[in-house]
Design a protein around this ligand. Structure first.
Ligand SMILES: NC(=O)c1ccc[n+]([C@@H]2O[C@H](COP(=O)([O-])OP(=O)(O)OC[C@H]3O[C@@H](n4cnc5c(N)ncnc54)[C@H](OP(=O)(O)O)[C@@H]3O)[C@@H](O)[C@H]2O)c1
Length: 316
């Protein structure tokens, strides 16, 4: 298939290109052509968005690009950048889709479990209502709405509501590992908030699964069936790098240091991949201990995770 990918130079995108380039012809849209060409060499064609008049040449669009959400303080200006980086690119792609003939058959769009807002629910899945919409919800909701416009052109749309993606080369582990290796792993706030995570290998496998399942459309949570509490996550990560775990960072301090962004760390419902499992997807790394062992190498982390699949894992 001819596949167009945005955000391919990022953490998930690089894994995806490596996995798809053996079977498909890939074109990458990047703001940094030199970097993309250096990264991918002969594997892909690199284009700037303004070089494409339409999307005639592509069977599939995979839209991942967006300003990182957790890297900087959320000033009004930066929040605007986080939102607009996703919305404007998606709108521009939709305009090109509307004038395409033939049109792509499939649109896979990144989103995030931030879609569910600040839910206190024990567990949420794709059928759950959004209790308290916040900034992350607003970004994801509009992003998903724009992506779903492709369905008006008989294009199948799947929305990838990503949890915290675990891989060594990027995402949250790249930031946490140096701290944990110094023994600075910490319980955050009550530690009872959930970390709904997924191994990078399962993200790529889920995308490949959705690529070929013509009956699949709509929102899919890309999260493990076994989310864990933040305290459990933190303890297991510390154990996996053979360091002690004794620090506690109170929620008020996180709010003081990080402002509104602290919500990403001190709130979080358990999010379950109900629709992926209903569709028949199986996870290679469902348990945190397995995933950390796979991602980090070394001795397996023993000890079962605190939380198994929840009763909320059924249709609400
Ligand atoms: N990793 C996670 O744990 C996670 C969790 C939930 C959701 N997600 C979402 O999944 C998507 C991919 O995640 P990732 O971890 O691979 O992201 P990433 O490593 O930050 O890469 C995102 C890519 O988006 C492009 N980009 C960055 N800032 C941009 C801007 N201001 N305007 C337009 N494009 C911009 C860049 O590509 P170019 O420089 O080549 O243009 C970059 O390589 C993101 O949208 C992210 O929000 C990720």
């Amino acid at each position: 298939m001819q596949i167009l990918i945005t955000g391919a130079t990022g953490f998930i995108g690089q894994h995806l290109v490596a996995a798809l380039s053996t079977e498909h012809q890939l074109t990458v849209i990047s703001r940094r052509r030199d970097k993309a060409e250096r990264l991918f060499a002969e594997q892909v064609q690199v284009r700037r968005l303004d070089e494409l008049n339409n999307l005639d040449a592509f069977d599939v669009i995979i839209n991942l690009a967006g300003e990182p959400i957790a890297d900087r303080y959320w000033t009004t200006r930066h929040k605007e950048r986080i939102a607009q980086s996703r919305w404007l690119l998606t709108e521009a792609l939709q305009q090109k889709l509307a004038v395409s003939q033939p049109r792509p058959r499939l649109w896979l769009n990144a989103s995030a479990i931030g879609f569910y807002g600040q839910s206190d629910a024990n567990g949420v899945n794709e059928y759950s209502p959004v209790a308290q919409p916040d900034f992350a919800h607003q970004v994801c909701q509009r992003w998903e709405q724009l992506a779903t416009m492709a369905a008006e052109h008989q294009c199948r749309v799947c929305l990838l509501r990503l949890g915290i993606v675990l891989g060594k080369e990027g995402g949250v582990l790249q930031r946490l590992l140096p701290l944990y290796r110094l023994g600075l792993g910490s319980q955050l706030g009550s530690g009872k908030q959930f970390i709904s995570w997924i191994a990078i290998d399962d993200v790529i496998a889920a995308i490949q699964f959705l690529l070929t399942r013509h009956e699949c459309h709509g929102a899919y949570n890309l999260t493990t069936p076994y989310p864990v509490s933040q305290l459990d996550f933190s303890r297991q990560l510390a154990r996996s790098v053979q360091r002690p775990h004794w620090l506690w960072t109170p929620a008020w301090l996180l709010r003081l240091l990080l402002g509104e962004r602290a919500a990403l760390l001190i709130n979080g419902p358990a999010v379950y991949p109900q629709r992926l499992q209903e569709a028949g997807f199986t996870f290679a790394f469902p348990e945190l201990s397995q995933a950390l062992h796979h991602v980090l190498g070394g001795a397996p982390v023993t000890g079962r995770t605190e939380s198994g699949p929840s009763s909320a894992n059924s249709r609400d």
